[in-house]
Design a protein around this ligand. Structure first.
Ligand code: BTN
Length: 260
């Protein structure tokens, strides 16, 4: 990634004012957390061309070939209560969705809680991690992995489940342009949250979820079950109807059920 080229034309006032780039690192989230602990400024962005230990929710590996994907973690120090940190998973998911739609992708949506999909194949994942100082948020690291030019066919383990922007649009994309657009979109949403526009973010997120109104299979780590996804709660939980009973889940894997 050519960081000077990315910086040129970047009009953000917070995100990416400081950018730290690695040709290779373990995980941009790990590096960002270490930098945040050492006092890195609000809005610092860590970008890598390759991660040897990229990971996602539930300890899963995040696959990316060198130089093909956008692998980035932003450090923010938001003035919101820790109980509202779930908005910082909605905000990047909505920002990725808006970015790829602007780039011409059709059929993109969110899979609860924050996978970005194109026609039911995952194109981006988000890993938000937080640190507290006493009862307050100290910092939040927003990690985003976006398959820009990844050739999913090279990875049989994800080929049926994942896609990339180049695969969808039929041409390679300039990662610097994608990163610049994403940082700008992410900052707009993040500043809206800081201005108190949480209700609008929640409603955009709800409207973007392809999971709602569908039968789903839920894997909560210990057990698997079939349920109907009815709605989301104001704190980001998924409202399910299972055997006539209402329940709310906050974690686990939720996939659209195969027709029975
Ligand atoms: C998920 O889908 O479970 C989240 C995937 C998040 C991957 C990104 S890539 C950049 C950053 N560094 C990591 O190790 N993870 C996030």
């Amino acid at each position: 990634m050519d960081i000077d080229r990315l910086r040129r034309g970047l009009n953000t006032r917070l995100l990416g004012r400081t950018i730290v780039f690695f040709a290779q690192t373990n995980s941009t989230n790990v590096v960002a957390k270490e930098m945040a602990e050492r006092g890195a400024p609000d809005g610092t962005v860590v970008i890598a061309d390759y991660q040897s230990a990229g990971h996602g929710r539930r300890g899963r590996a995040w696959l990316a070939d060198p130089g093909d994907s956008l692998l980035m973690s932003a450090i923010v120090r938001p003035g919101i209560p820790p109980a509202e940190v779930f908005y910082l998973t909605m905000v990047p998911a909505l920002a990725v969705l808006a970015t790829i739609t602007t780039l011409g992708v059709r059929g993109a949506s969110l899979k609860w809680p924050n996978d970005v999909q194109i026609n039911a194949r995952k194109v981006a994942g988000i890993l938000t991690e937080l640190s507290l100082r006493g009862r307050d948020l100290d910092y939040v690291v927003i990690g985003i992995g976006l398959n820009v030019n990844l050739d999913v066919a090279r990875h049989p383990e994800i080929a049926a489940l994942a896609t990339s922007l180049s695969g969808e649009l039929g041409r390679p994309l300039d990662r610097e342009d994608v990163a610049r657009l994403l940082l700008q979109t992410l900052e707009d949403r993040y500043l809206a949250l800081e201005r108190g526009e949480a209700a609008a973010i929640l409603s955009d997120w709800r409207d973007s979820l392809s999971t709602l109104g569908q039968w789903v299979d839920v894997d909560d780590g210990g057990s698997s079950y079939h349920a109907f996804a009815e709605d989301v709660t104001a704190d980001g939980g998924l409202v399910l109807r299972r055997d006539g009973r209402r329940l709310v889940v906050y974690g686990g894997d939720v996939t659209l059920a195969k027709p029975r």
